[in-house]
Write a protein that binds this ligand. Structure first.
Ligand SMILES: [Zn+2]
Length: 285
């Protein structure tokens, strides 16, 4: 049987005569950057230095600055009877909130404050026939939600419930001829999916099912040579969101000029190691 990579290569280089429905994709301009503009990105990110948000506190080892008990109480109050989490008092339920709440409590060493069993039950009820996850039970699989659910299951020690081969196939099929990854079928590639898709593949041990070199070229082509920063696609406006996920994606691809990033928390590995949180199960099959 062909390996997923061999089949993928055929899909990325289809016989032009037998092409079916054209895929939505972008063409990388010839003059797009091919090297990482590290200093430019550092300057771009530094310009945001005076807009630090709370999440920075863990990175800076400064969680004592906050009222942890009150914060834990609020996060736990968002958990519903079926195990799901609201994002805020307005009551939207989404698996993203299951991940955010659990990652937040775990980073603070307070995972025991939530009902983990019910939370796991809810997330598993969002698993679909294609191996992916949606935002609520019965919702379409989406790479953003897949990252949240797979990360959640890794943190809580329930990753063995994932069908890694089935999900790995769905995830590697997100790669388009340009090398970029989309979030679900029929969508354009986007740098942030270099994170949502790639991190999920890393957690389930299927990172080698992607054409890494092609993805790297796509990510590098999304850099702005003048101001630094990454855009969602080549030539678009840059922003901190896509800059983070562009750099984090390159780190997962093994780029030695950026620090190793943790695929579950999207934080530097040394911070996660310092908190002794790097002991979650990873599928190595
Ligand atoms: Zn995006």
């Amino acid at each position: 049987m062909d390996s997923p990579m061999e089949v993928k290569n055929r899909q990325l280089n289809p016989d032009p005569v037998s092409c079916g429905t054209p895929v939505k994709d972008v063409i990388l301009p010839d003059n797009a950057p091919k090297e990482l503009l590290l200093q430019k990105h550092a300057d771009y990110i530094a310009a945001y230095g005076n807009k630090k948000d709370d999440y920075i506190l863990t990175l800076y080892d400064a969680v004592d600055e906050i009222d942890i008990d009150n914060l834990v109480k609020w996060v736990v109050s968002m958990q519903q009877e079926d195990g799901s989490f609201y994002g805020d008092k307005w009551g939207e339920v989404d698996t993203r909130f299951s991940f955010c709440a659990t990652a937040c409590l775990t980073l603070l060493g307070r995972q025991d404050a939530m009902n983990v069993d019910k939370a796991v039950e809810f997330v598993l009820s969002c698993m679909n026939f294609d191996g992916g996850f949606g935002c609520r039970p019965g919702s379409e699989s989406h790479s953003g939600q897949i990252y949240c659910c797979v990360g959640f299951l890794a943190i809580t020690g329930h990753l063995h419930n994932v069908d890694a081969d089935r999900l790995g196939w769905w995830l590697c099929e997100r790669q388009l001829p340009s090398g970029g990854l989309n979030g679900r079928p029929e969508k354009l590639p986007d740098v942030c999916y270099s994170w949502w898709v790639l991190a999920s593949m890393a957690i389930i041990g299927r990172l080698h099912w992607i054409d890494k070199e092609k993805l790297r070229r796509f990510i590098l082509a999304c850099q702005d040579e003048e101001t630094g920063g990454f855009a969602d696609r080549p030539g678009d406006m840059v922003d901190p969101f896509h800059t983070l996920f562009g750099l984090a994606g390159l780190s997962l691809l093994g780029d030695k000029s950026v620090l190793p990033v943790n695929p579950v928390y999207c934080m530097p590995e040394d911070v996660i190691r310092k908190l002794s949180l790097n002991n979650y199960e990873v599928d190595e099959r």
